[in-house]
Design a protein around this ligand. Structure first.
Ligand SMILES: [Zn+2]
Length: 141
């Protein structure tokens, strides 16, 4: 048992209220805030620290799942732009942030972390989560 927060989340994924979809190699989860409407996270099923540590076939498979997830988010929310981020400095377990951006944001031309100190104000209730999740699920191939 490691002390990775994302592995712990995987242990309880079946009852995770943010679960949108299970792919073969990853889970799509609604983001823990909705500062950006439709913000999601794609979480790799195995504890691997870096994308380049995956073999080539898995890199391709995971990228395909990222694209399917992104296409669903785009169809559901029709954002102006999509930002993808794979950082993992805090949670060192491969995951992608899928961040819909909207032209109505004052700082839409900047990176998505510019207002990170406000994200906590944009958490939503479980029933609001279920509405957004249903919107995305309608578009998952
Ligand atoms: Zn992990």
């Amino acid at each position: 048992m490691n002390n990775c927060g994302l592995c712990h989340r995987l242990d309880n994924i079946a009852t995770d209220t943010a679960l949108v979809h299970e792919f073969e190699n990853s889970y799509l989860l609604l983001g823990n805030h909705q500062y950006f409407r439709g913000y999601c996270v794609l979480l790799y099923k195995r504890h691997v620290r870096e994308l380049h540590e995956l073999d080539c076939n898995m890199q391709t498979a995971l990228n395909h799942e990222l694209m399917l997830a992104t296409q669903a988010v785009v169809k559901a929310f029709e954002p102006w732009k999509i930002n993808h981020a794979c950082l993992g400095n805090r949670d060192q377990h491969i995951h992608w942030h899928i961040i819909p951006r909207y032209e109505t944001e004052a700082d839409h031309q900047y990176d998505p972390w510019r207002h990170a100190d406000e994200f906590d104000k944009w958490t939503i209730s479980d029933s609001q989560k279920q509405e957004l999740i249903a919107l995305i699920q309608k578009h998952i191939a």
